[in-house]
Each structure stands twice: as structure tokens, then as C-alpha cells.
Design a protein around this ligand. Structure first.
Ligand code: NI
Length: 178
């Protein structure tokens, strides 16, 4: 039951392209996913990518339950997504607030495709193929960016909308962090 240190922006290990997973349902993969879940849960994140705990593999997890602290938040099914491929469904972009466990205490306004199809595999190698929109689509795009060495501040278009969460949201109602 290890909670791993989450690498923070500035660490070059967050800037690499992660490697494909080639073996499924292995003890190593299950141990990685356990570490990722424990870490994500402990830090109350909506998602986590393996490179954030220093493991350079194309593995992300995400999921959002209904939470009384975020009554407006859309729920997202708990998912293990390996070797993901994202295909935008149309060109519509939406701006939304994001945070990241690797950029603690900050929030930024980031444009993302409104609707995407994502494909990949779960921990046993079974295919995943979903078309989603809204917050679910945003979380997947954020997490999968980590696999290509992209952190959300790199996608903020207007730096006036990037800052400390307690300054941006003084009422304490921070948008969820991925
Ligand atoms: Ni992140």
C-alpha cells in the first residue's frame, strides 16, 4: 500500500514520451496500478498518469465519483487506460479549468476537444473504445498528454487565466484537479 511521490513540474521525467505497454495482466502492471490508485486517492485527484510517479509507461487511470464538495461535477467511470489513442470527434473546443497533481496549488483555463473517441486497453489487455464529451473528455485528454510529456500549463492560451487556486477561487470551491 504505497503512496508514491508525485513528480512536480520542472522534473524532466515529466517531459518524456512514455513507452508502450507490451505485457498485460502481469504482477508488475498490477503493482503499478495499485500504487497509482493509492496515490491518486490519497491526493484526491481525478486521474493520474504513470510518468507522474516516475514510471515511463503509457498507463493512465481516472475516475470521479459524485462528491458533495463538487455538486456540479460530472461523474467519470473509474478506468484503467493503457496505450491510449485519442481521436477528436469534430473540431469543437471548450475552455475549462484544470489542475494537476504535478502542478500543486495551481489552476489554469485550458482548451480541449469537446468530444473525443478514445481507444486503448485495460490491465488485462481487453479493448476499450468509448466516445465521450465534457469533463470525461477533458480528463482523458489531460491524462494522455502526460504520456507525451505535455503538462496542462503548456496548453493555457491566456496566461492571465493561470494562477494560484486560492487566489483564483477565494471561496474555496476549486475546480477538480487531474
Ligand atoms: Ni496532470
Amino acid at each position: 500500500m504505497a503512496i508514491k511521490e508525485v513528480l512536480r513540474m520542472g522534473d524532466v521525467r515529466l517531459l518524456r514520451r512514455a513507452d508502450e505497454v507490451t505485457a498485460f495482466d502481469t504482477p508488475d502492471l498490477h503493482a503499478l496500478l495499485t500504487d497509482m490508485y493509492n496515490t491518486m486517492r490519497a491526493l484526491e485527484g481525478a486521474g493520474l498518469a504513470a510518468p507522474q510517479i516516475g514510471v515511463n509507461l503509457r498507463v493512465v487511470i481516472f475516475g470521479v465519483d459524485s462528491n458533495p464538495r463538487y455538486p456540479e461535477a460530472e461523474t467519470v467511470p473509474h478506468t484503467v487506460l493503457i496505450n491510449p489513442v485519442i481521436t477528436p470527434a469534430g473540431n469543437d473546443m471548450e475552455e475549462g479549468w484544470e489542475g494537476c497533481l504535478s502542478v500543486p496549488g495551481m489552476r489554469g483555463l485550458v482548451p480541449r476537444y469537446a468530444t473525443i473517441r478514445y481507444q486503448g486497453q485495460d490491465q488485462s489487455g481487453a479493448p476499450i473504445d468509448r466516445t465521450v464529451r465534457g469533463f470525461h473528455a477533458r480528463v482523458v485528454q489531460h491524462e494522455c498528454d502526460h504520456l507525451d510529456g505535455i503538462l496542462y500549463p503548456m496548453r493555457v492560451k491566456d496566461m492571465r487565466f493561470f494562477g494560484f487556486q486560492d487566489v483564483l477561487f477565494p471561496d474555496g470551491q476549486y475546480p477538480l484537479s487531474e
